[in-house]
Ligand binder design. Structure first.
Ligand SMILES: NC(=O)c1ccc[n+]([C@@H]2O[C@H](COP(=O)([O-])OP(=O)(O)OC[C@H]3O[C@@H](n4cnc5c(N)ncnc54)[C@H](O)[C@@H]3O)[C@@H](O)[C@H]2O)c1
Length: 249
């Protein structure tokens, strides 16, 4: 019987990761590289992306994921076995004051681009008879908070899209989502530092987490690697919560 470590290996697998220049996407890229995957990394931040890709020996494609034609160009450039849709935005705003551009931009980046990448890359996966897609949603899809109307709606949409994709692309392609709770990315650390290192919001969020801390990007990346790998061969249409138990509170 193959060990679990062997089953999670990604040697020889070609993987696309969007939003790979920072945060969770970067952590996924680092995990995948460590597991032996051949990587194509996408992000709109050309400078940070080049640094991450350079350190991993990966291909970099600087682009905005909302570019409809970009998805086809990327899909044509690599016979991907794995796609991770991680690029995302999370601005907040009271519902009664949301303007059209806020709503449209957030839904375009978080949801429409996930659909478009799934469509473009998933088509080749179906033709080749194999593939795994992992979408990064959020616990906000299940338990939204004030100010997150557009974000929560976009992530609930990502879960619905994941489920429909899992049905339509089966049996060749497995499609799953992860739903992280609060994760201590560099962007979150910078916000805490700007607030003098004692952001009340962060303290309140930690108090709501039974495990007593925020998560690390790599703790999301490990679950993404599992879902993308042969170890999860019978898992599709799932939404895996990674939140230290916050949804229980
Ligand atoms: N950090 C958290 O607590 C948390 C919790 C739940 C879900 N998430 C989700 O995880 C994903 C990654 O978040 P993160 O916290 O690592 O954020 P982050 O800001 O550190 O990273 C997001 C990356 O996506 C890129 N990006 C944004 N818009 C893009 C676009 N239009 N085209 C191409 N690239 C684009 C950014 O340049 C950045 O590199 C997002 O989908 C987010 O909603 C994060």
């Amino acid at each position: 019987m193959r060990g679990l470590g062997d089953l999670c290996a990604l040697g020889g697998q070609r993987a696309i990761v969007t939003g790979a220049a920072t945060g969770i996407g970067e952590a996924v890229a680092r995990r995948f590289a460590d597991a032996g995957a051949d990587l194509l990394l996408i992000d709109r931040d050309e400078t940070l992306l080049a640094a991450v890709a350079g350190s991993l020996g990966a291909r970099a494609h600087a682009a905005d994921v909302t570019d409809w034609d970009m998805a086809e160009r990327v899909a044509a450039s690599i016979d991907a076995d794995i796609l991770v849709n991680c690029a995302g935005l999370y601005p907040s705003g009271p519902l009664l004051e949301l303007d059209e551009s806020h709503w449209d931009r957030l839904l375009d980046v978080n949801l429409k681009a996930t659909m478009r990448m799934t469509q473009a890359v998933g088509r080749g996966m179906v033709d080749r008879g194999r593939g795994a897609i992992v979408n990064i949603a959020s616990v906000q899809a299940f338990r939204p908070t004030a100010g997150k109307a557009a974000y929560a709606a976009s992530k609930a949409g990502v879960i619905a899209l994941t489920q429909v994709s899992a049905i339509e692309l089966a049996p060749a392609v497995r499609v799953n989502a992860v739903t992280p709770g609060p994760i201590m990315t560099d962007a979150v650390k910078a916000a805490v530092a700007r607030a003098g290192g004692s952001a009340p919001l962060t303290a309140r969020r930690i108090s709501q987490v039974p495990l007593g801390r925020l998560g690390e990007p790599d703790e999301v990346a490990r679950v993404v690697q599992f879902l993308a790998s042969p170890a999860a061969a019978f898992v599709t249409g799932a939404a895996w919560t990674i939140d230290g138990g916050a949804l229980l509170g």
